[in-house]
Design a protein around this ligand. Structure first.
Ligand code: HEM
Length: 508
């Protein structure tokens, strides 16, 4: 038998014994400080944990490729979309949102759907969800929103009062809440769910003409969901079922794929659309903006090492390549700051040098040093402007279109209006079948029923505003007085809140 390679310390020094510490006299003697192998081993172990992601902590990832199936280069100069058949390497991470790193994959929660395209013009990250809309539409609300979906600061338990207090005070969440409590809130697993950019992005072409786009990833495995009962049973049986499903499918060569589409809106159409097209609580109607195929995404490679590739993966909505730019979506604008900042804290300032995050094309930056810089520009100069040939130079050729803006700077409040309830109502009336409707109201009542009765009234009134049958059925399951729910639904938002403050009697 061939001799195995030597075990070494982190410094590459061969280790003579990995089972006994160095001691005086006998195996029962004192351990010596000079046992640097022992102290290195203990000290490294103490530092194995890094902060988990503040949201989306539990996830699974895989590598693969994106292939263009339809030429949309008249709309975008993005190099990775330039011609049919062009393939780009990708890395994808799916996740739940609220749970910690060890939480169950079957929780009722949106699912993260993050794709990193290693393009020839740098990394393009599409950091989406399995839902086309979101709970809030201003980044300033995000930390509070997340606090309410996580644990109570005193009990450290999930808290239905915090959960529903925030949502019922934030009626723009009604569309996403309706999706979340339908069976879509518990996808069967990661392979059987769709993905969405949710936000609107700008695409611009070589002539700097631009359009607005939303991305849709349609699973080729079929979109499948779990009922609340199936999800509960799965949580008891296998907390990691979706992670396992993805890994095992890829390991046996059953590579999951998604057909990728975009909706395209011209700037003129955006000005005239019936609602704010940059409002992430709303979908663009497919009848107005049909899905246009653009490509296929295939996952065919399991990570070699989970921590190196999946835990250290850093996806950032700021990571946009020439041909793609941000839109005025206020939530997106906040996200453009939040992710890079989170990753500097979670992984360090040089996280873009980690293999999973490193751009496959040449990086010519004047940034230098910082913790863990192992790609540091060598002997090249580290400043601009300079009079040298071999260093990077900005090129106006990559400038996105100028967008004219005339505006008043203020903390503008987006007031909740009737239009904000419409799509939740339409989803209930037109999209969900009778069994899905039944599951939706049952799932809501099961969760909302654990909150204080005033919150039940306030939230039931919002469902009623979306659709009277929807709100009526939730109210009936919660045994609420339907006349009072109707009364609350007819009030202004401010009056409804005042009538249902937690110290107001509203319970008979
Ligand atoms: C203002 C609103 C939001 C803020 C401030 C925010 C912030 C964050 C932060 C700080 C992380 C952790 C990043 C890391 O440590 O690597 C994260 C993860 C994530 N967020 Fe958001 N988020 C927001 C809204 C959204 C929306 C609307 C979506 C989807 C459309 C989304 C999808 C994701 C995904 C998929 C991840 C996990 C990425 C991964 O797999 O590493 N987030 N978010």
């Amino acid at each position: 038998m061939n001799k195995k390679k030597p075990l070494t310390t982190a410094k590459g020094i061969p280790v003579s014994n990995d089972q006994a510490s160095v001691t005086t006299g006998s195996a029962s003697g004192y351990t010596l400080m000079q046992d640097a192998h022992l102290t290195e081993k203990l000290a490294h172990f103490n530092r194995e944990r890094i902060p988990e992601r503040v949201v989306h902590a539990k996830g699974a990832g895989a590598g693969g490729y994106f292939e263009v199936t339809n030429d949309l280069s008249k709309y975008t100069r993005a190099n990775f979309l330039s011609e049919v058949g062009k393939k780009t390497e990708i890395f994808v991470r799916f996740s739940t949102v609220g749970g910690e790193k060890g939480s169950a994959d079957a929780e009722r929660d949106p699912r993260g759907f993050a794709v990193k395209f290693y393009t020839e013009e740098g990394n393009y990250d599409l950091v989406g969800n399995n839902t086309p809309v979101f709970f809030i539409r201003d980044a300033i609300k995000f930390p509070d929103f997340v606090h309410t979906q996580k644990r109570n600061p005193q009990t450290n338990l999930p808290d239905p009062d915090m959960f529903w207090d925030f949502l019922s005070l934030t009626p723009e969440s009604i569309h996403q809440v309706t999706i979340l409590f339908s069976d879509r809130g518990t996808p069967q697993d990661y392979r059987h769910m769709d993905g969405f950019s949710s936000h609107t992005f700008m695409w611009y072409n070589k002539d700097n003409e631009y359009v607005w786009v939303k991305y849709h990833f349609k699973t080729d495995q079929g979109n499948k969901t779990l009922t609340a009962e199936q999800a509960e049973a799965m949580k008891g049986k296998d907390g990691d079922h979706a992670t396992r499903d993805l890994f095992e499918a890829i390991a046996k060569g059953d590579f999951p794929s998604w057909s990728v589409y975009v909706q395209i809106m011209t700037p003129e159409q955006a000005k005239e659309y019936k609602f704010d097209p940059f409002d992430v609580t709303k979908v663009w109607y497919h009848t107005d903006f049909p899905l246009i195929p653009v490509g296929k995404m295939v996952l065919n490679r399991n990570p070699e090492n989970f921590f190196a590739e999946v835990e250290q993966a850093a996806f950032a909505p700021s990571s946009l390549v020439p041909g793609v730019a941000a839109s005025p979506d206020k939530l997106l604008q906040g996200r453009i700051f939040a992710y890079d900042d989170a990753q500097r804290y979670r992984l360090g300032v040089n996280n873009n040098q980690l293999p999973v995050n490193a751009s496959k094309n040449a990086v010519n930056t004047n940034q230098r040093d910082g913790a863990m810089s192992f790609v540091n520009g060598g002997k090249l100069p580290n400043y601009y402007p300079n009079s040298l040939q071999e260093v990077g130079e900005p090129d106006l050729e990559f400038a996105p279109p100028a967008v004219e803006i005339q505006a008043v700077l203020d903390r503008h409040t987006k007031v909740v209006e009737d239009v904000d309830y419409e799509q939740a109502g339409e989803l209930y009336r037109r999209v969900l079948d009778s069994e899905e409707k039944q599951n939706l109201v049952k799932n809501i009542a099961g969760h909302l029923g654990a909150a204080k009765v005033n919150l039940q009234y306030r939230q039931a009134a919002l469902f009623y505003k979306a659709d009277s049958d929807y709100g009526g059925r939730v109210a009936a399951l919660l045994k609420l007085n339907i006349a009072k729910v109707k009364e609350l639904a007819a009030m202004t938002n401010d009056d409804r809140v005042k009538a249902t403050l937690l110290d107001v009697e509203y319970s008979s």
